[in-house]
Ligand binder design. Structure first.
Ligand SMILES: NC(=O)c1ccc[n+]([C@@H]2O[C@H](COP(=O)([O-])OP(=O)(O)OC[C@H]3O[C@@H](n4cnc5c(N)ncnc54)[C@H](OP(=O)(O)O)[C@@H]3O)[C@@H](O)[C@H]2O)c1
Length: 256
């Protein structure tokens, strides 16, 4: 067998780092797939395709038509539909698959977390009295804030929330991680935030808000993940590389 053909479903820093490592090793033909949601996506180290496939069966067709040997689902832990599609496509085609999922954040002493199942549940958990909320879950789902208009919301997202929310007391920050701790503390103090709504995304890039909340005694409504993928799952780029080496031993990858 020659160089394995690898499709990485991305949209995360881990996907970019894995693609970079594979490109540096030069022992696989890698295509990185992005959903195409972000207006200015980060530069990527390998060829990229962009946009949905048209569902799970279409993803399976794409894998077969492209002669892929390996599917890597390195999408965000909250990108549930594409991960379900990836598991289905791997199963129906018989193509090897690996899910790369960073570990969840764990509660540490001093954390004031309330575990919730969804963004609407997080909004409800804020309670009836007006609060000052950092909604740090991105633009998708931000409209749920309209159900509790008594609160002030600071909404942070990579791209603007369109259309703007039907709320009187709302402000927007357009920004992309990684976010340093100092900046997070300053933002929380500047807007007198007393509640944060966050997804338990894991990873370092967006963890500073959790640390800042701990330091400032701010309550966090922590949205839990859906159950893990059914395909073989690893939690670091290094573990993904090791799993790839196991499937395609390096000598084979060089076509030797
Ligand atoms: N959800 C988050 O909190 C979050 C945070 C940071 C980054 N992201 C990234 O943003 C992208 C979209 O997230 P989402 O939560 O909207 O996903 P989703 O709800 O799981 O997926 C919705 C649809 O978008 C398409 N899609 C998603 N990821 C794709 C990819 N990497 N390549 C090609 N098509 C893709 C698929 O369309 P078809 O069915 O037509 O194939 C999928 O059915 C993902 O790539 C994810 O890694 C998500």
């Amino acid at each position: 067998m020659g160089r394995p053909r690898i499709l990485i479903l991305g949209g995360t820093s881990e996907a970019r780092l894995l693609a970079e490592a594979l490109a540096a090793r030069g022992n696989g033909d890698v295509l990185l797939s992005l959903a195409g949601r972000t207006e200015k996506p980060a530069a990527q180290p390998v060829p990229v395709r962009s946009g949905g496939f048209g569902g799970a069966a279409a993803l399976a067709d794409f894998l077969k038509a492209g002669g892929y040997d390996l599917l890597i689902d390195a999408t965000h832990p909250f990108a549930e539909r594409i991960s379900a599609n990836a598991a289905f496509a791997a199963e129906t085609t018989g193509i090897a698959a690996i899910a790369l999922r960073r570990s969840e954040w764990q509660r540490l002493p001093g954390d004031r977390w309330r575990g919730v199942r969804s963004i609407p549940a997080a909004i409800a958990a804020l309670g009836p009295s007006p609060r000052r909320v950092l909604l740090a879950t991105g633009r998708q789902g931000a409209h749920h804030a309209e159900a509790a208009p008594q609160h002030f919301y600071l909404i942070r997202s990579v791209d603007p929330v369109e259309p703007p929310l039907a709320l009187v007391d709302v402000d927007y920050v357009i920004d992309r991680g990684p976010f340093p701790l100092e900046g997070e503390c300053a933002l929380l103090k500047q807007h007198r935030i007393n509640a944060i709504i966050a997804k338990n995304s894991g990873g370092a890039a967006t963890y500073a808000k959790i640390e800042a909340a701990r330091l400032l005694g701010i309550e966090v409504m922590m949205v839990a993940r859906a159950p893990a993928s059914t395909v073989k799952t690893v939690d670091t780029v290094e573990a993904a590389l090791a799993a790839i080496d196991h499937l395609f031993p390096p000598a084979m990858k060089r076509g030797v």
